[in-house]
Design a protein around this ligand. Structure first.
Ligand code: 26W
Length: 822
């Protein structure tokens, strides 16, 4: 029984050891006296899984009995990270497992460390999906995730001797995965290609082509201190006929296995592009394979409720995580019209009452559009449906705005040209009941830029905001246990209470001025910095000065996120240090700058940025004049697990995108929750973080969103040389060109993005960035004041719990309620 009276799985320490030994002997068929950490991990994971499964079964049974309205979160990415530690904490069994494992002669943290990340995502969108599953289960909401079971997750990043990024595959399933259950009984046929023959009244028959099998794998999603254990269903593709016997008998072995090869390819790899669309046929195949399997499964479950088809939206809500699952809209139309005999207009009203669409980016290069000829070939019936929907839709637009041809062209589901393209955001918008962005500023930009015409057509009430959130379970309790304990002691409530009502953190404010509390707070930050330093020493063989300020920027490499601005700021600082006398330097606060993040394999400028970071680091870390005051590291292969070590150790984190480009950002919330201060632009959720913690506790700089468009116009039509616009920056660029950090010509293409065009406005923001960095230095001099800022920051993070975000989706969009397991 948990302290708050809710029921746990009963498992005392002897039960734990018994269960582990049992799994060693039976599931693993090994001897307990002869087992290594990896074997121990597998047995411990299976022991924990037994408890998850009991809860999972009870939860699903309860849903079947009570038949509540359910919500489904369709996401092509779920960036889950590791499961064991999180599962034990959520089950309330961490202490008993720690002791049990100890009795068997192992250390729980070493065992936890054996698990590989489930890295089925690129970045923000995928990790958000993972946080939302945790919050849904923790609040006992009937929510399932649907995604793909990629055989290879996001690539492993290696750094070559010359400093550039190399990619290696991530065979994460190599050692088997205890957290998934194959459901060989849940299989669905998915068709591709073939032809669609129109019948009367909008119906058609789609036949021929190729059929592929979708096999379900279920992943248990435990809520925090509740029995509710939800499901994440991931689909694997399989050949429908594994072997073509006819070809085999004819002696053509190659041909016999061919169909099986192409079917299995569909779910083999996660596409590693973040915020950039590459129009690969296989990616479109993935999107259809996944949405078709998921909708079929959802329809089957709805039918088990025994309700008339017209009540579908009363029992099903489907959230589209960006435009990636937009094919679910024509697919549900196809199911209703072609297979369930629902009249076209009625079907459309069911569809538009079922779907909800979240946009995660306004960057033009990220907006999905697919060539009509490709879609016609792969999905002939869906192409018909899209054309039919477009016709009716454009007629309605014409009726509301007669004679406005430009408007029709902008709003059409089809972009004209050779070839034509299907615009997925337009389709997602017209097929959904509500459209939302992920932070206040971003949602405004959605309404005033990419969706402007649609706001004018549908009315503004269809469009709203749900600011992103993060789960405080993983991003505080799990990754920063010492801080979690201190918070619990200080607040005078149970850990469960504040972790489920994060606004309770405000109770820390009354202790801000207590020197004893400040000291404990600072000591925890210090030991987290030492933990990080230890990790870097063990993995990279590098020693780090833990007395220095830890300054961290970790996120996907992208020009809009401006890692280059940070890098050029470091070079600027280095050059300034070089000019100082040894006496002057002694007054400087030492600083260690950390970078981590992956670049899309085909993104040349992003990869060049990594190479420059690595080579600048080599020079400055080796310079005897300055190395005690400034060093810089690029930590390879950024992951959820690495983030869990880096975030609690940061004094300062950087979120410095060009204003108006970062939809929200979520790591900004994670750093602040762990008492790291924020250096950022007036962009995304940074703005709302500043609103919560107050301007005096964050460091802001740079131009605001409304200025950006105007400045870009000037850059295009009235360019001013960088030497004139920003001499300090020009000096830094020149040093790099001149070869101070290795052959400068290598970096010319990167430097030229700034010298010419400067789309992301580094020349406009550099001076104010340098000023902000000086303010940071000045603030860090007064360590007590810094610690107070740190405490105040954590205390005001209540709003950014993903529990709040998910509850908003549940109440305002999905209309679902908690469904408690009795
Ligand atoms: C089609 C290629 C592609 C792939 C992924 C386009 C767009 C994406 C994602 C939508 C990019 C993404 O992850 N966006 C991030 O979403 C986070 C969660 O809402 C936000 O916090 C980030 O600001 C946003 O960049």
């Amino acid at each position: 029984v948990w302290k708050d009276g809710t029921r746990a799985i009963d498992k005392d320490v002897p039960d734990v050891t018994k269960s582990i030994i049992n799994h060693v002997n039976t599931s693993l068929a090994r001897q307990a006296y002869n087992i290594d950490d990896m074997g121990a991990y597998q047995a411990v994971a299976l022991a924990a899984r037994d408890d998850l499964l009991i809860n999972w079964n009870e939860t699903q049974l309860n849903y079947t009995r009570k038949a509540p309205k359910r919500a489904y979160y369709l996401s092509l990415e779920f960036l889950m990270g590791r499961t064991l530690d999180n599962a034990l904490l959520n089950l309330g069994l961490k202490d008993n497992f720690t002791q049990g494992v100890d009795k068997l002669g192992f250390n729980i943290e070493d065992i936890i460390d054996k698990e590989r990340d489930a890295a089925l995502g690129n970045g923000g969108l995928g990790r958000l999906a993972a946080c939302y599953l945790d919050s849904s289960a923790s609040q006992e909401l009937p929510v399932w995730g649907y995604g793909l079971r990629y055989k290879y997750g996001i690539f492993q990043q290696l750094i070559a001797p010359d400093g550039s990024q190399l990619e290696a595959p991530d065979p994460w399933l190599e050692h088997s995965n205890p957290w998934e259950l194959p459901r060989v009984d849940v299989t669905i046929d998915v068709r591709f290609y073939g032809h669609a023959e129109r019948l009367d009244n909008g119906k058609a028959i789609w036949s021929g082509g190729q059929e592929v099998l979708a096999v379900a794998y279920d992943v248990m999603i435990p809520g925090y201190h509740t029995k509710t254990t939800n499901n994440l269903r991931l689909w694997e593709s399989k050949p429908k006929r594994g072997f073509d016997l006819n070809s085999f008998n004819a002696g053509d072995y190659e041909k016999a296995v061919q169909s099986s090869n192409s079917a299995e390819t569909i779910t083999s790899v996660l596409y590693p592009n973040d915020n950039t669309m590459v129009g690969k046929e296989l990616r479109l195949k993935q999107q259809y394979f996944w949405t078709a399997a998921s909708l079929n499964d959802i329809m089957r479950r709805f039918k088990n409720y025994g309700k008339p088809i017209t009540e579908f939206p009363e029992y099903v809500a489907i959230q589209l995580n960006d435009t990636h699952p937009t094919l679910a809209i024509p697919e549900l139309m196809r199911l209703l019209v072609d297979e369930e005999d629902v009249p076209w207009d009625k079907a459309w009203s069911i569809v538009t009452s079922t779907f909800f669409f979240t946009n995660h980016t306004v960057l033009p290069e990220a907006l999905e559009k697919w060539p009509v000829p490709l879609m016609q070939h792969l999905l002939p019936r869906h192409m018909q449906i899209i054309f039919d929907l477009n016709l009716t839709f454009l007629q309605a637009v014409e009726k509301k705005f007669p004679g406005d041809r430009d408007r029709l062209a902008r709003m059409s589901l089809i972009q004209e040209g050779y070839p034509q393209y299907v615009r997925m955001a337009n389709l997602a918008c017209i097929g959904s009941r509500r459209v939302n962005g992920v932070a206040e500023l971003h949602s405004e930009l959605v309404k005033t830029t990419i969706m402007k015409d649609f706001v004018e057509f549908f009315g503004v009430s269809k469009f709203s905001n749900v600011t992103n959130g993060i789960t405080p379970r993983r991003w505080l309790d799990q990754c920063n246990p010492a801080l979690s304990t201190l918070i619990t002691e200080t607040l005078g409530c149970t850990k469960n209470e504040w972790l489920k009502d994060l606004y309770k953190l405000e109770g820390l404010l009354k202790h801000v001025d207590d020197p004893k509390f400040q000291k404990k707070w600072a000591a925890i930050k210090q030991s987290n910095k030492e933990r990080l330093a230890h990790h870097v020493e063990v993995t990279l063989g590098i020693k780090i000065n833990t007395k220095a300020m830890f300054d961290v920027q970790i996120k996907r490499l992208h020009e809009y996120k401006r890692q280059t601005l940070n890098l050029l700021g470091v070079v600027h600082r280095y050059l300034a240090l070089k000019k100082m006398t040894p006496e002057q330097r002694k007054k400087i606060n030492p600083r260690v700058v950390f970078f981590a993040g992956k670049a899309a394999p085909g993104y040349y400028i992003a990869k060049l940025t990594i190479r420059l970071i690595v080579n600048v680091a080599r020079v400055i870390n080796a310079d005897p004049d300055t190395k005690d005051y400034l060093s810089m590291f690029f930590l390879p292969d950024y992951s959820v697990t690495l983030a869990e070590i880096l975030i609690p150790a940061s004094d300062l984190s950087q979120h410095i995108s060009t204003a108006g480009t970062e939809a929200s950002g979520t790591s900004n919330m994670k750093f602040c929750l762990n008492g790291g201060l924020l250096l950022g632009t007036v962009d995304g959720a940074n703005i709302e973080i500043a609103e919560e913690v107050g301007d005096s506790n964050v460091f802001f700089f740079g131009h605001l969103t409304p200025a950006v468009e105007e400045l870009r116009y000037q850059h295009t039509y009235h360019p001013v040389p960088v030497e004139e616009k920003c001499p300090a920056l020009a000096a830094v660029l020149d040093e790099i060109s001149a070869g101070r950090f290795g052959d400068g010509s290598v970096y010319e293409p990167l430097l030229n993005t700034i010298r010419q065009g400067d789309y992301y406005l580094l020349t406009e923001d550099f001076d104010s960035y340098i000023q902000a960095l000086s303010m940071v230095d000045a603030a860090y001099q007064d360590r007590t004041e810094w610690i107070k800022k740190s405490i105040r920051t954590t205390a005001k993070m209540g709003k950014f719990s993903s529990d709040r975000a998910i509850l908003t989706y549940a109440e305002e969009f999905w209309n679902i309620e908690a469904c408690k397991v009795p």
